[in-house]
Design a protein around this ligand. Structure first.
Ligand code: DGL
Length: 270
């Protein structure tokens, strides 16, 4: 069998990455782990995320992955430049969410951009540091939005309340900013609301990641000609809690029935 692409996140957010991957690479197989027992990641300490991330990577290795994607900006920021070292130690390519997007932004003509992200991502200045390194002319504002992940994970949240929280963060966003980077994989799930509420250009880092992955998975060949019309990918979902919620959401969002398997990773409790 084709070795799988393994992804992880704290919850449903990483499914926004998985969905775009399935659309672009329909012949690949996917394993996704949601660590719903420990969501949200963004309010934890760097040390806690290091432990959680290492534990999840170790668990994913048993699937003999073709590559691993940290479908989580928080883990990507905490592991940062160590992702490369980890990749060569494990002899498996590991991709984070931040590097490819920040580099692409550095090549754009914006004078000021805003990144919405979790507390831990903004604390690390992960986007700002890479953008500045490649293009010191671009001003980068990073805003922590700790209310968004719990709101998005709460699938019962009603619309007016939801939008008032989004407006709170839009009010904190500089008026002269030209683009809004969704620096958390949960945020594309409120993209429709954002499009209604702001004129800012919305940037989803998954789009930059896909371009990087294209080179890796196709060896630079254009595969748009041989993408089959029927989707053949096998998708397996695992979670550390809330099986029923993930199953219900995945059915709606990925438009397919996928059985979710419960796993226990809690060697550490944080
Ligand atoms: N979706 C993740 C991210 O991109 C994690 C958010 C969280 O659990 O706080 O940062």
């Amino acid at each position: 069998m084709n070795k799988p692409i393994c992804l992880f996140d704290s919850g449903i957010g990483g499914l926004t990455v998985l969905k775009k991957l399935i659309d672009r690479f329909p012949n690949e197989n996917y394993i996704y782990l949601a660590d719903l027992a420990r969501v949200p990641f963004g309010d934890k300490t760097k040390e806690e995320i290091k432990k959680i991330g290492s534990e999840i990577l170790e668990w994913l290795l048993k699937f003999n992955p073709k590559l691993i994607i940290m479908a989580c900006n928080t883990s990507s920021a905490v592991f940062g430049s160590q992702i490369l070292a980890l990749s060569s130690k494990l002899q498996i390519p590991i991709y984070g969410m931040i590097e490819s997007c920040a580099k692409e932004i550095a090549n754009l003509n914006h004078s000021k951009i805003t990144v919405w992200a979790t507390k831990l991502v903004t604390k690390s200045n992960a986007y700002k540091n890479i953008i500045q390194k490649h293009n010191p002319e671009i001003k980068t504002e990073e805003i922590a939005c700790p209310k968004l992940v719990p709101m998005i994970e709460d699938l019962t949240f009603n619309l007016p309340d939801k939008e008032s929280i989004i407006v709170e963060y839009l009010d904190m966003t500089s008026k002269d900013s030209e683009a809004l980077v969704l620096g958390c994989t949960h945020y594309p799930l409120i993209k429709e609301n954002l499009l209604r509420l702001t004129d800012l250009q919305i940037i989803d880092p998954t789009d930059s990641l896909l371009k990087d992955l294209e080179n890796h998975l196709t060896g630079g060949k254009d595969i748009s000609w041989n993408v089959p019309t029927t989707n053949k990918s096998q998708v397996s979902l695992y979670t550390t809690a809330q099986v029923e919620k993930l199953e219900r959401f995945a059915k709606l969002y990925l438009c397919r029935d996928i059985k979710v398997t419960m796993v226990s990773l809690n060697k550490i409790t944080v």
